[in-house]
Design a protein around this ligand. Structure first.
Ligand code: SF4
Ligand code: SF4
Ligand code: FES
Length: 498
């Protein structure tokens, strides 16, 4: 079809928007909430243009170019005085909301918004109430859409109305859904999402900052591309705790509690059937009750945040004397470890020892239950054991019969968000544990920080001896996970380049 934009005849395929048509001939229209990989949202209205129908007796209309379909014979003006007025007004409003936001400031300058008056006309109470430099969110909704449409998690939404509108989690609680993938931070045109509370977008810079801390404070730690920063890599088996893959997670926790490195630990415990839940344990018996590997993602972060808050409250009530839930150990998958590292910043008085697990992906409980029933005729809730090893998902039924399938065949029941996680080895934990790389019956332990080293030194364990860690096996999976996640991120980045 043919239409006219700023006096130029443009030919474009049916289904294209006015923005596509303009960009196809190099006509720039400013956008804030548009991203080619996401559904149009029409939130910022900065892409407003004027349209007129040929033979439409001068009937004109202002529409948003990012979601208005191109039509045969349409006459479009992208810089008419009316359009410029609309954009100026929108920029004034945005400036009132986020006076310190660089991108808005530069657009406002481009449109001469501050010229003459010296100050914007509007001033929102919200911005006035806060420190002016604090509000950076321009409510473009890119973060919420990338989280919902691409990552598939929907951890955040635009909440509230009018001047109270903001991006946040349901009930403004720490999110158990956010996988810390950082996709929202990639698309956010401002700094706002990095400052958001209750979600945990982790960027490459965040990762580097924490790893540098390990390097600075660590005992001879070195940087490894696939394994992250570490000082020690050992195949280990607990000499006191029995357990799947050497029982090292339980052994480390017991040692930490008994040596007073922490007073309690948040761990995942099997509940009814195969279901699992996060619980706070305070002694060796509690730790033992939670041993064993679970392949489900359970609401953990809210539990950790609640424990930290409770600890802070107790401490305050007892005049700074009680530290119980402020000295906490946490066992989590890489995404949970990222969340803990962000929560840590909100509780500066807390001492958190982070034990990370190796994790390729986790599963949805209902989905996994249905798959094991369909494939093997096994009720997951009554199964004796599940294990993922060497690319196989293995279920031992209640009668001892063993079934297995390739883990890749379970792709359909992998939790949303996992494909966007690029961390296999819990790079940000003080100490990481997993079965990959060690002989049967042993765990691979990766010591990263001084805290992790102290913990391993206090733990009784047997080394794998001549059967050391086969690092190449870990590197293979770490690279595979990173490669897959990079492919997903490329989709988002490609969209940003337009
Ligand atoms: S946090 Fe960033 S991406 Fe999300 S709505 Fe605000 S400005 Fe847009
Ligand atoms: S970090 Fe990922 S999962 Fe969390 S809110 Fe952002 S996009 Fe969603
Ligand atoms: S870019 Fe079109 S409405 Fe925001």
């Amino acid at each position: 079809m043919k239409l006219e934009i700023d006096g130029e005849v443009v030919e474009i395929e049916e289904g294209a928007t006015l923005l596509d048509a303009a960009r196809s001939v190099g006509i720039e229209i400013p956008t804030l909430c548009y991203h080619p990989a996401l559904e149009p949202f029409g939130a910022c209205r900065l892409c407003s243009v004027e349209i007129e129908w040929r033979g439409g007796r001068g009937r004109k209309k202002i529409v948003t170019a990012c979601n208005y379909p191109a039509e045969e014979g349409l006459v479009v003006k992208t810089k008419s005085p009316e359009v410029v007025e609309v954009r100026k007004m929108l920029l004034e409003l945005l400036l009132a909301r986020c006076p310190g936001e660089g991108r808005i400031q530069s657009l406002a300058r481009e449109y001469g918004v501050r010229e003459g008056e010296g100050k914007p006309r509007f001033r929102l109470e919200l911005a006035a109430k806060k420190d002016e430099a604090e509000e950076h969110c321009i409510l473009c909704g890119l973060c919420t859409r990338v989280c919902e449409e691409l990552v598939g998690v929907s951890a955040i939404n635009v909440l509230g109305r009018g001047v109270e509108r903001e991006v946040g989690t349901p009930y403004k609680e720490p999110s158990d859904d956010c996988v810390g993938c950082g996709s929202c931070a990639l698309v956010c045109p401002t700094e706002a999402i990095k400052l958001a509370k209750n979600i945990f977008p982790t960027t490459a810079e965040d990762e580097r900052e924490i790893e540098n801390r390990f390097l600075d404070l660590g005992a001879g730690s070195k940087r490894d591309e696939a394994l992250g920063v570490y000082s020690d890599l050992v195949a280990a088996k607990s000499s006191v705790v029995q357990g799947q893959d050497g029982g090292m997670v339980s052994a480390l926790l017991v040692a930490g509690l008994e040596n007073g490195f922490f007073d309690s630990a948040v761990v995942v415990q099997r509940g009814e059937g195969y279901k699992a839940e996060a619980v706070v344990v305070e002694d060796a018996a509690g730790v033992r009750s939670a041993s064993g590997t679970k392949y489900l993602r359970v609401p953990m972060v809210s539990k950790i945040a609640a424990a930290l808050k409770e600890g802070a409250l107790e401490e305050e009530e007892k005049g700074g004397k009680s530290k119980s839930k402020r000295r906490l150990a946490v066992v989590g998958t890489p995404c949970e470890v990222r969340a803990v590292r962000k929560l840590e910043r909100e509780f500066p008085g807390a001492e958190i020892t982070v034990l990370g697990l190796f994790c390729l992906e986790s599963f949805d409980y209902e989905g996994l239950k249905e798959e094991t029933r369909r494939r093997f005729g096994v009720d997951l809730d009554r199964a004796e054991k599940t294990q993922i090893t060497k690319g196989k998902f293995i279920v031992t039924a209640a009668d001892g019969e063993v079934f297995s399938c390739d883990v890749r065949e379970l792709e359909g029941v992998v939790r949303e968000g996992c494909p966007y996680c690029d961390d296999f080895v819990s790079r940000l934990a003080d100490i990481s544990v997993g079965s990959v790389g060690s002989p049967d019956g042993f765990s691979t332990v990766v010591v990263r920080s001084r805290v992790g080293k102290r913990l391993l030194d206090a733990t009784e364990f047997v080394r794998g001896g001549e059967f050391g860690v086969d690092k190449s096996e870990i590197v293979k999976l770490a690279k595979l996970k990173k490669r897959n996640a990079d492919r997903k991120f490329a989709e988002i980045l490609e969209g940003l380049e337009v």
